[in-house]
Ligand binder design. Structure first.
Ligand code: ADP
Ligand code: ZN
Length: 281
C-alpha cells in the first residue's frame, strides 16, 4: 500500500492505495505549515504504507543531492516559503518519500493510467489557480536545475486588444499572469466559471494557451498535449485552442493530439502513487 499526497495551495489531497481504483482520498485544508504537515502525518500514521509520494505546489527543490531536497522554496504563499515538506513526513512515518511537482505527478498519473498511456513524449498542462506543465521526454519526466516552470514563460501580449496588465506577482504578464483562472477573473470582473461560453474571454484565453502550446511543442516535440485544470472545464476551450494552434503553426509542424486528462482532477494524487512506487524501488 502506498501513500499519496497532492499538496495544493488550498488543500492537501491525501490517499492510500495502489491504483486509481482502490485509492481512497481525504482533503486537509492548507493551513499553517506545521499544523498541515502534522495532519498529513496523522492521516498516514496507522495506515502501514511502504512509501509516500508527494506532488507539490512549488517552486520546490527536487535535487536529491541538495540539502534543500523536499523543500517548498520561493512560493508567493509566504507562510510556506522555505518549508521542509518531504523529510518530516518521511521521518515521522519511517518510509521513503518520492517528491516532485504537482504537475509532474499528474503527468506520471496520466502516463500510467490515463490519457498518455504508451506515449513516450507528452506534455501535461494545467490551467487553474496557476499554470504549470510537466513534460515527459523519452519516457522520463523532464527535470533540470530544478523543474520546469512552464506557467511563467512570456507570450506576446497585445496591449491594444488586451490592456490587462497581468496578475503574476513576479512577472505581471507572463503566461500565468495572463491566462490563469485568477487572471480571467481579474480581467473580466467575474469568476471564470460564470462567463458564458460565447464570451470574448474564451477566444483570448485560447489565443494565449495556443501560443504557449506552440512554444512548448516547438521545443519539446511532444506527441500529445493533455490540458487539464479548472479553467479547462470550459469544454468550448479545447477546440478553440486547436484551431488557434493550427493557425499559429501554419502547417509547418505535424500537430500533436490535444486532449483532456482521463483522470480528471485526480491526476495529481494518482501520480503521487507512482512517485511513491519509484521511491520504494
Ligand atoms: P488549483 O489550480 O487550485 O489546483 P483548479 O485546477 O480547480 O485548482 O483551478 C481553479 C481555478 O479554475 C479557479 O481560478 C477557477 O476560477 C477556475 N475554474 C474552476 N472551474 C471552472 C469552470 N467551470 N470554468 C472556468 N474556470 C473554472
Ligand atoms: Zn510569472
Amino acid at each position: 500500500m502506498f501513500g499519496a499526497v497532492e499538496a495544493g495551495g488550498t488543500k492537501f489531497v491525501c490517499g492510500i492505495g495502489t491504483s486509481p481504483e482502490d485509492l481512497r482520498t481525504v482533503q486537509i485544508p492548507t493551513g499553517e505549515p506545521g499544523i498541515t504537515i502534522r495532519s498529513v502525518i496523522g492521516y498516514f500514521r496507522d495506515a502501514n504504507v511502504s512509501a509516500i509520494g508527494i506532488g507539490s505546489f512549488g517552486p520546490i527543490c527536487t535535487d536529491r543531492s541538495s540539502s534543500n531536497w523536499g523543500f517548498i522554496t520561493s512560493t508567493p504563499k509566504l507562510a510556506w516559503r522555505n518549508t521542509d515538506l518531504a523529510r518530516p513526513i518521511g521521518k515521522a512515518l519511517g518510509v521513503p518519500v518520492g517528491f516532485d511537482t504537482d504537475v509532474n505527478a499528474a503527468a506520471l498519473g496520466e502516463a500510467r493510467w490515463g490519457a498518455a498511456q504508451g506515449v513516450s513524449d507528452f506534455l501535461y498542462l494545467t490551467v487553474g489557480t496557476g499554470i504549470g506543465g510537466g513534460a515527459v521526454a523519452g519516457g522520463r519526466v523532464v527535470h533540470g536545475k530544478s523543474h520546469p516552470e512552464m506557467g511563467h514563460i512570456r507570450v506576446p501580449h497585445d496591449w491594444n486588444t488586451d490592456p490587462f496588465a497581468g496578475c503574476c506577482p513576479y512577472h505581471g504578464d507572463c503566461l500565468e499572469g495572463l491566462a490563469s483562472g485568477p487572471a480571467i477573473e481579474t480581467r473580466w470582473g467575474k469568476p471564470a466559471a460564470e462567463l458564458p461560453p460565447d464570451h470574448p474571454a474564451w477566444a483570448l484565453e485560447a489565443r494565449y494557451l495556443a501560443l504557449a502550446v506552440n512554444n512548448f511543442i516547438c521545443t519539446l516535440s511532444s506527441k500529445r498535449v493533455i490540458l487539464g485544470g479548472g479553467v479547462m472545464h470550459q469544454t468550448q476551450l479545447l477546440p478553440l485552442i486547436k484551431t488557434e494552434l493550427a493557425r499559429l503553426t501554419s502547417g509547418y509542424l505535424e500537430l500533436p493530439d490535444l486532449v483532456s486528462p482521463q483522470l480528471g482532477d485526480r491526476a495529481g494524487v494518482c501520480g503521487a502513487l507512482v512517485l511513491a512506487e519509484q521511491a520504494q524501488n
